[in-house]
Design a protein around this ligand. Structure first.
Ligand SMILES: *Cc1c(COP(=O)(O)O)cnc(C)c1O
Ligand code: SF4
Length: 389
């Protein structure tokens, strides 16, 4: 049995009671030793629509979506994430992130293949260096689950683009000879789609570079395959501190007892966790859902870090919301709930401009040292700046 179990031994009862286990759903025959083993979950990913149809009642759109797009963006869903789905409702927010839809194959003029120009800012294959002091290092193109809204659809789920040893070595050499890099984001795909051994070989080499200060792990596994977070994994990660971890939860339904067990293991190892939500039409594009999600994240010791405006990747059009929606969500969080529950809402500027924060307008006027601000309730207040003569 691997070192993961969804137990809540030392979690206060009042908090534990808020998180319901998903259990095995339609996979009730699978023994615990397999269900809680991430390798079993990965090997038993559902990649075929007929197979998926054995566990949920597929809608005609889901079937048509698969027919239309099977050669473009594959299905890949862990049994755990399937168990979290509503069996009958195709509009289930979990299901919509994982099952295909014919809209994915309709192109729109705003679509781009590589909206963030990640390939342009690649000094070596497999690494994007856009900001002065940090790099994004793609160590695999695999993920536990292939999200339908993925920005990197052009690559993810394509086995021919996996990073080989030579490519990984090229990235590490680049970091070594570039002293301005103090923050390395180990990403993919999903940084935890690889084995502990492979990950450790890479982390050990990065940690050996004197100018590297922090390492970040980018992974959606706490949400889509929480069994990945084993005692062995966190014991290994701890050796390479300071380590941070960013994950990706989009809906309160994903805040399960199983996810909680994974996240508290990470937090218990002294690894701060951030959440990067993507704003998705019909899934989380209302303030109440986001507030509920962010409160659940905080109870699971995760700080909501970013809300991303959905990138203009081909196949994402039906998930995109107007930007006013994101502003409205931030407006209804700020002041009304803990500042800790208020992430930055960002547009990752198409063409490779980087992340730009979008804020509601809190400054009403600013003239001759007199600044008039609006608070969260819309009331106006004046602040007089000090005289600078
Ligand atoms: C998002 C991103 C980072 C990290 O940005 P932070 O704001 O520091 O979290 C770094 N490089 C690239 C290319 C990115 O897209
Ligand atoms: S886990 Fe991340 S990289 Fe992988 S498919 Fe989902 S959004 Fe894309």
């Amino acid at each position: 049995m691997s070192g993961y179990s969804p137990d809540f031994k030392d979690v206060p009862k009042t908090i534990a009671a808020r998180f319901k286990p998903v259990g095995k759903g339609p996979f009730h025959d699978v023994p615990d030793a397999q269900w809680y083993d991430w390798k079993w979950q990965l090997q038993h990913r559902i990649t075929d629509i007929a197979e998926l149809g054995r566990y949920i009642n597929l809608s005609p759109e889901e079937i048509a979506g698969h027919e239309a797009g099977r050669d473009v963006f594959k299905i890949g869903i862990t049994p755990y994430y399937v168990a979290l789905m509503d069996r009958d409702d195709p509009l289930c927010p979990v299901r919509m992130q994982a099952t295909p839809h014919p809209q994915e194959m309709i192109s729109h003029p705003s679509d781009m293949e590589d909206p963030l120009a990640e390939d342009r800012d690649m000094p070596v294959k497999g690494l994007t260096h856009r900001y002065p002091d940090r790099v994004l290092f793609y160590m695999t193109q695999d993920c536990a689950m292939f999200c339908r809204h993925c920005t990197r659809k052009r690559k993810v789920a394509n086995p021919h683009t996996a990073a080989d040893d030579a490519q990984v070595q090229g990235c590490i050499d680049y970091i070594r000879r570039t002293p301005s890099v103090r923050d390395v984001i180990v990403s993919g795909g999903d940084a935890l789609a690889v084995s502990d051994d492979r990950l450790e070989k890479i982390l050990a080499q990065i940690r050996d570079i004197p100018h590297v200060e922090i390492i970040r792990i980018a992974t959606r596994t706490p949400c889509t395959m929480p069994m990945r977070i084993t005692d062995e994994l966190v014991a290994m990660l701890k050796k390479y501190h300071p380590i941070f971890l960013n994950t990706h939860f989009n809906h309160p339904k994903e805040a399960t007892a199983e996810a909680f067990a994974a996240l508290r293991k990470i937090a218990g190892a002294g690894i701060p966790i951030g959440n990067q939500m993507v704003l998705l039409k019909g899934i989380n594009d209302d303030a109440e859902t986001v507030m509920k999600l962010n409160h659940a994240m905080l109870m699971m010791q995760v700080k909501p870090y970013y809300i991303y405006q959905c990138d203009p990747t081909f196949g994402n059009y039906h998930f995109r919301t107007p930007v006013s929606k994101g502003i409205e969500i931030i407006k209804s969080l700020r002041g009304f709930t803990s500042g800790l529950a208020v992430p930055y809402y960002v547009i990752d500027a198409p063409g490779g401009g980087g992340k730009v924060p979008i804020l509601p307008e809190y400054v009403k006027s600013w003239e001759n040292g007199v600044i008039v601000v609006r608070n969260f309730r819309g009331d106006e207040y004046t602040y007089i700046e000090p005289n600078q003569d």
